[in-house]
Write a new protein. Structure first.
Length: 304
């Protein structure tokens, strides 16, 4: 089975400005693929090239094992996307909006199918409500419903949780996970909201200045590199005395009430805690944390 998305050496120049710089990327069937990077990293430009909205300067784009340059129409029929904030007819109902928009793409707009899709995005109970009464989060979910009308194999979501409150983010997260697990869709999720990607994606790439910094399974990537380790102790002063004369002296990030926080490689955690124990520092707990946000910031700072 070929990858759903395969980009090789993808480049986009605007005069002297390089928006995407030799990007390689592979998305496999069934992935919820996190596409991460700071503002201006080249995420939206890459997505627009994949959707044939702009033309690459160089490189290749294959989707479903077919070159975009020679199979554009066939490929686009298998993709559903939200690239910008979705627009609807505010004075029409959610169901009527999907019927009208679906007809433009030749989708199945039978009442049964439209209601089925509204149920997927959690809007079946608002099918007959006018869109003008919808919150921003509900409009985002309706946008996903629109992208699903023609039963695509690949869903591309560009910053789908921007501007949403925590409840709206949870709703979108649930939909994305459900699309992959229950409906067999592959999802490309472009986002700068890192905890959401950590909770949603199975694989990811982090890009900066148009280049891929690292790509792989989310859990594998989060298990690499340094951890922020909180060592809980009733003897913070004693712990600091020991650490200041140890190889971990420059690893102390901060202290708090009842805790010392260190930056350690995974294999160093045991050595640091054992050192404290050997020096009669009582340890109540050791809590390692490896967040995607920490990882993302470290990597993008390294290549800035």
């Amino acid at each position: 089975m070929p990858p759903i998305i395969q980009l090789r050496g993808l480049r986009k120049h605007y005069g002297d400005f390089v928006a995407v710089d030799g990007l390689d990327l592979t998305v496999n069937e069934g992935d919820v693929y996190g596409f991460l990077g700071p503002n201006g990293a080249g995420k939206s430009t890459t997505i627009r090239m994949m959707l044939s909205l702009i033309t690459p300067t160089a490189g290749s784009i294959e989707l479903f094992g077919m070159p975009l340059t020679t199979h554009r129409n066939e490929i686009l029929r298998r993709i559903g996307a939200i690239v910008e904030r979705p627009d609807f007819y505010n004075y029409l109902s959610a169901r009527r909006n999907l019927e009208l928009l679906g007809r433009l793409s030749g989708a199945d707009v039978s009442r049964q199918n439209v209601l089925r899709i509204l149920d997927i995005v959690g809007l079946s109970d608002r099918a007959e409500s006018k869109v003008k009464t919808f919150s921003h989060g509900m409009k985002q979910r309706l946008g996903i419903a629109q992208a699903l009308l023609h039963d695509p194999d690949l869903i591309v979501l560009d910053e789908p949780t921007t501007g949403l409150d925590p409840h709206g983010m949870v709703d979108i997260r649930r939909i994305i996970i459900d699309l992959a697990k229950e409906h067999g869709k592959t999802v490309l999720l472009s986002s700068h909201i890192l905890p959401e990607v950590e909770l949603t994606a199975t694989r990811m790439v982090i890009i900066n200045h148009g280049k891929a910094i690292v790509e792989g399974a989310v859990q594998d990537l989060l298990n690499n590199g340094r951890l922020k380790v909180t060592i809980e102790t009733t003897s913070v002063a004693s712990a600091l005395d020991v650490l200041r004369t140890s190889p971990f002296a420059d690893r102390v990030q901060s202290t708090g009430e009842g805790a010392v926080i260190l930056s350690l490689d995974r294999e160093e955690v045991h050595a640091a805690t054992q050192l404290l124990i050997n020096n009669n520092v009582h340890i109540n707990g050791v809590i390692p944390v490896r967040s995607l946000e920490e990882y993302f910031i470290t990597l993008t700072q390294e290549v800035a």
